[in-house]
Design a protein around this ligand. Structure first.
Ligand SMILES: [Zn+2]
Length: 204
């Protein structure tokens, strides 16, 4: 499988169109997820995702798509959205250097188990989505690093360090919270972990 290669960005001005660049980023993201999360992710979801190319749109078109899907106008910091596997993900392409991270984030959303958002709650679900996207991009989260959902992402990173990738990924990709719950029962740490433990206990 290909690894993501951001140096390809340089080729855009050398005969490669933006569209080709985005398509390559999108395909590479799905391939990377299949490789990095092969233990936990659903092969069926990966297959559906691969056949559902992301739509990369200039800001105006992105805002129209967002309005069509949600009835609202996206705030400026919203640069991507997806609705499971019922339709393609949409990525706002006004900042090409941000497209790889946004694309990976939306593709991780699509790969998540349908119950993951409910199990985690909306904020933690976003943070874990971003954490798993950064892992797939082989970018370790560092404190102070600019990323989407910084606090929730840092929390997800600590959870991964505390309970292991397997516990986190089994919840996120398979909707099975038992391993993570057992870990948190063993080691009740900071307040955030306690809150998550309560939420997980309540929704089993
Ligand atoms: Zn998101």
């Amino acid at each position: 499988m290909r690894k993501l290669d951001y140096s390809r960005r340089a080729e855009v001005g050398e005969g490669k169109t933006e569209r080709t660049y985005y398509r390559d980023i999108d395909q590479a993201s799905v391939e990377q997820l299949a490789r990095v999360y092969r233990e936990a992710a659903s092969p069926e979801r990966l297959g559906i995702m691969a056949a559902l190319p992301t739509k990369f749109e200039p800001r105006e078109a992105f805002e129209r798509s967002y309005h069509h899907a949600t009835g609202g106008k996206p705030s400026p910091e919203i640069t991507g959205f997806s609705e499971g596997l019922s339709s393609p993900a949409h990525v706002s392409a006004e900042s090409p250097h941000e497209v790889p991270e946004i694309t990976m984030h939306e593709r991780v959303h699509q790969l998540s188990h349908p119950h993951a958002a409910e199990l985690l709650g909306p904020d933690r679900y976003e943070g874990m989505t971003q954490e798993l996207a950064l892992k797939a991009l082989e970018r370790e989260t560092r404190s102070g690093e600019a990323t989407a959902y910084p606090e929730q992402t840092a929390f997800a990173h600590r959870l991964r360090a505390r309970c292991g990738d397997g516990a986190v990924e089994t919840l996120y990709f398979q909707g099975d919270a038992s391993e993570l719950r057992a870990c948190l029962d063993r080691s009740l740490g900071p307040d955030g972990a306690e809150q998550l433990r309560k939420r997980l206990s309540g929704s089993a």
